[in-house]
Design a protein around this ligand. Structure first.
Ligand SMILES: Cc1ncc(COP(=O)(O)O)c(C=O)c1O
Length: 402
């Protein structure tokens, strides 16, 4: 174990019998925790970089606290593995990485709407995404009072219908931006809406092809002007699907963390999942047949059973919608979760594995011996997506970097 979350490092003191004692905080692995394999991230970054080739840059998307893995840990590992830059969603996420000492290019993928935020972005050397002339003018005004240009990336909406300038207005917008002397347009990008679903077989399908066509048309219309601009379109699904989506840079999140966008994604890449969720057994109960377990008694034992109470719940990020649907691995053996997942606890049926002891560790997510429980296993069961599963683990779970 190399590091742990801050709350577990802060010592507490109390006075007892006239002397002050340093209370030893609970160990980060005493209850439940998220284990992050930083070498896996570094390796995934290296694998992805090799895959996209020398002419394409790799942006590691580390927003949402590095998809729940810890942004600083992930950013440093990804850069070690060859990533060229970082992508975050918010100003605060960018500042956090600068405070952690990271000097590389950081693009803010979300929209900063007011001049205070854009001013901070400028001061922290973070690249904002702009979608229109309004933000461009604010950026220009900010940089006007300095001797530095404000570097920006322009987002184009090719079909996500979220952020970005209308495809048909890009040429005009860029000609206006070119009049603004204090900003430097260094990137132009768009975002794929259904590249994960479109990847069936080896050819680009349907809407991704339409988005690609729209993006290419915009670039063609720009003529020579596009030469000095970094063009980027692909997320993980796009980057792994087809090199025609790569352009000058790809922005990868999910694949950096070791997962393919869908289970049947056709790829030979050797990516390693970096995250495990583990929790300890806090009590073992022998109960009779027909006993209701947990809130609502949604589960009743069908036989004399051995149950293990495990110290993790929906307040830690394990969705209650998974109640009675998941299994965890203990020594590489799967045991089913039974009854409603509560805020801080859940129960597993260990009748088939009666040698389990109090304090023993269950792997709820990730690899344990031959068993692998993926975020997609959970998201299929709860009507979610792997991205949401990864981002849902709360700070109450210490992140332990291995
Ligand atoms: C603009 C943008 N680019 C890239 C990504 C990375 O996507 P993925 O995790 O599918 O690789 C995201 C993530 O949502 C994003 O919002």
């Amino acid at each position: 174990m190399r590091s742990m979350s801050k709350s577990h490092r802060t010592p507490r003191f109390f006075t007892f019998g006239g002397t002050t004692k340093n209370v030893i905080n609970s160990h980060p692995c005493s209850r439940a925790w998220v284990e992050v394999d930083s070498k896996a991230i570094e390796n995934n970054s290296r694998v992805l970089k090799k895959f996209i080739g020398e002419d394409c840059l790799l942006m590691a998307v580390v927003k949402a606290d590095g998809y729940g893995h810890g942004a600083e840990t992930v950013a440093k590992a990804a850069l070690l593995g060859g990533a060229d830059s970082l992508g975050v969603a918010t100003l605060e996420e960018g500042i956090e990485l600068r405070n952690a000492g990271l000097k590389c290019q950081i693009l803010i993928l979300g929209n900063l709407i007011n001049s205070e935020e854009l001013y901070s972005s400028f001061c922290w050397d973070l690249i904002p995404t702009i979608s229109g002339i309004r933000e461009a003018i604010i950026c220009n005004n900010i940089a006007e009072k300095t001797d530095k240009q404000f570097v920006i990336h322009l987002k184009i909406d090719t079909g996500m219908t979220r952020l970005g300038c209308d495809c048909n207005e890009v040429k005009e917008l860029i000609s206006k931006i070119d009049y603004l002397e204090n900003i430097s347009l260094k990137g132009i990008y768009s975002h794929l809406a259904i590249a994960d679903k479109d990847h069936r077989g080896k050819t680009l399908k349907n809407f991704t092809q339409i988005q690609l066509n729209r993006f290419e048309k915009v670039l063609n219309d720009l003529g020579e002007r596009k030469q000095s601009i970094c063009r980027h379109l692909a997320n993980s699904a796009g980057a792994l699907s087809d090199s025609c989506l790569h352009f000058d840079m790809v922005r990868v999140g999910l694949s950096l963390y070791g997962y393919f966008p869908v289970n049947d994604f056709e790829s030979d890449l050797n990516l390693t999942p970096a995250l495990k969720v583990k929790a300890r057994v806090t009590l073992i109960r022998d109960v009779e047949e027909g006993i209701g377990v947990g809130y609502g008694h949604f589960f009743k034992t069908q036989r004399k059973s051995k149950l293990a109470v495990v110290a993790i719940g929906y307040a830690d990020g394990v969705s209650r919608a998974l109640s009675g649907k998941i299994s965890a691995s203990i020594d590489g053996v799967l045991v089913p979760q039974v009854g409603a997942i509560a805020m801080d606890q859940m129960v597993f049926d260990i009748t088939e594995k009666p040698d389990v002891k109090i304090g023993q560790v269950l792997t709820l997510l990730g690899k344990d011996g031959e068993v692998f429980i993926s975020p997609q296993n959970w998201s299929d069961l709860s009507g979610s997506i792997p991205w949401e599963v990864l981002c849902s683990f709360r700070n109450r779970l210490p992140r332990v970097v291995t």
